[in-house]
Structures are given as structure tokens and as C-alpha cells.
Design a protein around this ligand. Sequence first.
Ligand code: GLN
Length: 482
Amino acid sequence: MSEISKLTIGSIREGLLSRRFSATEIAQQALAFAESENPKTNAYLRLCPERALAAAAKVDAAIAAGEEIGLLAGVPVAVKDVILTKGVITTCASRILEHYNPPYDATAIERLEAAGGVIIGKTNCDEFAMGSSNENSAFGAVRNPVALDRVPGGSSGGSAAVVAQGTAVVSLGSDTGGSIRQPASFCGVVGVTPTYGRVSRYGLSAFASSLDHIGPFARNVRDAATLLEVMAGRDPMDSTSAAAPVPRYAASMTGDVRGMRVGVPVEYMAHATGETAALIHGAIDTLRQLGCDVVDVSLPSTDYAVAAYYVLCTAEASSNLARYDGVRYTTRSEEAGSLISMYQHSRGEGFGPEVKRRIMLGTYVLSHGYYDAYYLKAQKVRALVARDFTQAFGKLDAIVAPVSPFPAFKIGEKVDDPVAMYLSDIYTITGSLAGIPCMSVPCGLTSQGLPVGLQILCDHFREPEMFRLAHAFESAVTLRTS
Ligand code: GLN
């Protein structure tokens, strides 16, 4: 195993400033390690050595000149392939964008490079971020580095896998209904879905715009918080990005969570079974020992959340994906006899089965005569789910819950049953519908050695409290296992 797999943002900074290594050496090591490990997991779709080495050289030049270096100086970052990188092919893991070379960088990318981050490659994912297992990629499934016959979770499976594998120090994912938290849980890393609007979506390929978020993966809470801090903040290119000031998240990680009021949703725990439930109960005990005031809380609309989410996200997807027509961006079918057949063949050949299923479902729920019965009703349910959280946070600082009903499952185990796959998102979708910050922090391993994450959810823009609790919990778990 390479040294790169043990580095953190802090240890890289310290190594660079003490001249123990250069950013170029770190980048070279990360690229070589990623190249040698990737055949095991298929987690990277492509590496971008030229861009990485150019970014690293800039950091080295700044250090040589005695200049200030950014928060992410020299840190190898991997990026989910739904986030646009200028000059580096960005496919959304779809055939339809197989050759798409973006003309601009996403705002999140610009900001992390401005802070000295070194992008080493683009990671595999479910096609257009639609999925919970990373088996919907046009370029092959990703294997979980913890257990290679199992899925890494989805849709940001590649981004979780590279951090777990150690080929990148941190990575970017996107979350619409759980795609950061669930793979983080399955791979045993930290994954954060910030408040909706906290990070600009400019340059994130749209799946369901009212639910899409960019967020970080890392091997510890502090690194995830640092990466979020660098990316967060108002962006004139995204009118839904929030103007709220970005706090110094590190300042909130005091280790002291005594008196924090933490709720455990009774509706979630009623579904939780087996080893996952046991590990979550153990985590709740740990929070009590740390001095948290743990109480039951009811989120009564939970049972309707999955149905509402799959109406809303497919509706938005059917509209967002209309732009891929064989004319702009995309691969055009050879079978383009007429305009209509060019559209039909380009989309028919370019999209995979899950994307087609969602475009059809979304078109249906928006169509005349069904809009009120499905789309409008789902919007009302969304408001109820959000109200559950607003009421709960009137009395609570945080809510804790499982991330997924089960740990990483075998590749192929659920591919033939899309509804079972959708239902597995039960614990993550509620937070997404409400737009609140939520994250997964590792809480232990099953008897088979499979990681399980604890989900922490807080009220809008309460990332500081979320990180405070996650960091104290992480320290307690690390103490116990070391
Ligand atoms: N698993 C959910 C879905 O398939 C969530 C995906 C996501 O968050 N991008 O839609």
C-alpha cells in the first residue's frame, strides 16, 4: 500500500511546508497508485495527469516563492464524472456523453483548484447519478474496495471507493437522494451532503435540480469539512446558491458535545433490523456516553418519502435530460435518416435502461391528466416531510439514524428489481427532500467486516453542529478501536 493512502489534508500541508515532500511528488505517487489499483475496482473512468501535474507545480512554485498556500495545497482530489472539468472528458457514465469535452469548469472545481487542490481523475458513477449501487454505469460496475464482490453503493460509488482505497485523499460526489451518504456508509468513509444551495451547482450535470447537491468524501470528518468550506458560498452563476456566510468549520470541532439534544426517529428504527440496527444502537449509546441528551422523535411522513422522491426526481430528470438530443453535447447516432429518427436513435442508443425508465416515468407524471394526481401530490408530500424536520429541530440540535437498511450487497443481487433498489433509499431520501445538511460517518463493521455508517442530520445551514457531533463521535469510535 502506498503512503498516499494514509495522508490527510493536514499531513500534506505539514509535509509540504517542512519540505519533506513536494506537491509534484504527491501527485505522481497518487497517479501511479490510482493506475495500479484501478483494475481491481474500476473506480476511475480516467486520470488527468497533465492537469494534476500542472496544479501541483503551481503549489510547489508558491512554496518556493514563500507565498501563502491554500487550504487544499497539494491534496489529490478525485471528481465524480457528473461534475464538469474543462478539457477533461466528462461522461456522466453515459454513452450519450462518451466524448463530451466541457468548455468550462464547475464552480466547485474552480474553487478547489484555487485553494491548491490537485485533481487527479474522474470517477465512475451510476449513469446521470441514477442508482444506488453503481451498477448503472455504461462503463461497468464499480467494486467495493472493502469486499470486491460487493457494490460500493451509488450513485457516487467511484468517489467513495477511491477514498476508501486510498488512491485519492478526498473526492467530490453528488447527492440527489442519498448518493453521497450511502456509498460513504458502504465503503467506510465520511460523506457529506450539505444544505441545499450551500455549494453552487454550476457545472454539475442536472439530474433533479431541486434536489441536486455537490458534497465531499474524506477519510475523516475534518478533511470533509475543509473541502466543503473551500467549495461553499454564493455563486452568481447559480441563482439557488445561498448567500449565507461560510463558517470556519474547524472551529466547531471542539470535541465537546455535552448537552446536545439528539433525536432518534422512531419510524426509522422500526424498519432497522439485524447487524445494522445493532451498530446504530451502539452508536447511540456512544453519543449518550459523550454527554448528548438522546430522545425519541417522530417524523410521521417518512413512509411516503420514497414514493414522492421517485415522482419528483423522475419528473425533473425527464425535463433536464431533454437537452441530450444528438445535436448539442452528445454522440449522434449513425442511423439519422430524418430529424425525428436522429433524436430517437441518438437517445435510444445513448441512454441506458435505468435512465430511459426514469425519463418515461417522469414524462408520465408530468403529463396532462396525471400532473395533479402524481406530481402535485408528491410536492405536497415533500412539504410534509420538510415540516416534520422543521418541527423536530424546534427541540433538537441533530437527528441520528441509519444510512441504509443493510450494508454493501453483492454485485448483481438487486439489479433485476428496481423497486427494491428504490426502497433501499428510505433513510436518505427524507433529508434530501427537506434540503437539510446530512452526512454519514463510519460507526463500525458487521461480523463479515462490512462498514456501516451513522447518519447525522441537522437543520438548514447547521453544518457546524453536524461536524461537531460527527467529529466527537469519530474520535470516540477511533479511541475504542485503536
Ligand atoms: N439512489 C437514488 C436514486 O437512484 C439517489 C441517487 C442520487 O442521490 N443521485 O435516485
